[in-house]
Ligand binder design. Structure first.
Ligand SMILES: [Zn+2]
Length: 296
């Protein structure tokens, strides 16, 4: 799922292409995409005023019109073309034609989870997590200690922290040299401050790395240059130890035992169970499904 660095570079690329431009046409070809009664038609003929990141969503604000708010979920991706495109409803779910070019949304696979909300105020879709890049170490630590969970769960809870998912939480914990299954209640002040520095360092560095003049077309959770995420059995770039994993349900957490857990392997049943109970599924996915059910 695109996380803060990916969403930030999407927004920067869109800002350069559509801010001040007029939406000429909105074609929604998938019956699953739109989750509100209001439609994108309300924005046609209007100029884009600003773009905002709302958690892992991309919000497009128009002059005198509602906001279009996109959530790409796991497999949704954005594309930019100077030519007009028609969505086929199978892979390409929507096309938004501006006077500067065409923004399309694709989603791979048969499970269509990406969503579009047309709303007056995008803040209503904000799960409320702390903006980690602008937060102080004190604010970050207060939020971290507001609930007792594993670090992996807390970092990826959109109600606690904004924009962090499965991929970057692995990278952040590796940079902070902390175990993914450590409980937040056990964290010392020094460790919490270290985690805060790692959150800001990791997300800022990756955003800079992903920034490009071109429209970001290769958005993936598995990036070359990541230290542990998606690198099971590969050597840790810091110490050379083989990266390990904890698997639970369809999720996997990657970590380096030498850098993060004092050499201990965490892949035993009890820990898998702990993580599964603590992090049943991505909370956002669950919420999306619930919302979808409510609308049906
Ligand atoms: Zn290591």
């Amino acid at each position: 799922m695109p996380e803060l660095p990916d969403i930030t570079v999407y927004i920067e690329a869109l800002d350069a292409r559509i801010t001040g431009r007029t939406l000429q046409q909105a074609d929604i070809a998938s019956p699953f995409l739109l989750r509100t009664e209001r439609t994108a038609e309300d924005c046609v003929g209007r100029k884009v005023r600003e773009l905002r990141r709302i958690g892992k969503r991309i919000a497009i604000g128009f002059q005198d019109a509602p906001w279009l708010v996109l959530h790409l979920m796991i497999a949704g991706r954005l594309h930019w073309s100077t030519k007009a495109k028609k969505p086929d409803g199978r892979r390409t779910l929507a096309a938004f034609t501006f006077d500067s070019g065409c923004l399309t949304l694709t989603e791979a696979g048969s499970r269509k989870r990406a969503s579009l909300h047309v709303v007056e105020d995008p803040a209503q879709l904000d799960p409320g997590g702390l903006d980690v890049l602008t937060s102080s170490a004190e604010e970050f630590t207060r939020v971290l200690r507001s609930a007792n969970h594993t670090l992996k769960r807390s970092l990826t809870d959109p109600h606690l922290f904004s924009g962090i998912g499965k991929a970057y939480s692995d990278e952040i914990l590796h940079l902070a040299r902390l175990s993914p299954v450590m409980l937040t209640s056990r964290l010392s002040d020094e460790e919490a401050a270290r985690l805060h520095r790692a959150v800001q360092g990791c997300l800022t560095e990756w955003t800079a790395k992903l920034r490009t003049e071109e429209f970001p077309e290769k958005v993936t959770a598995f990036r070359e240059g990541m230290a542990v995420h998606g690198r099971y059995k590969e050597p840790c770039p810091v110490c050379g130890t083989k990266v390990q994993r904890i698997r639970y349900a369809s999720n996997e957490t990657n970590y380096c035992p030498t850098c993060q857990t004092g050499g201990k392997l965490l892949a035993d049943r009890a820990l898998s169970r702990l993580l599964r109970q603590d992090w049943p599924k991505s909370l956002e996915e669950l919420e999306e499904m619930r919302k979808h059910e409510l609308l049906i």
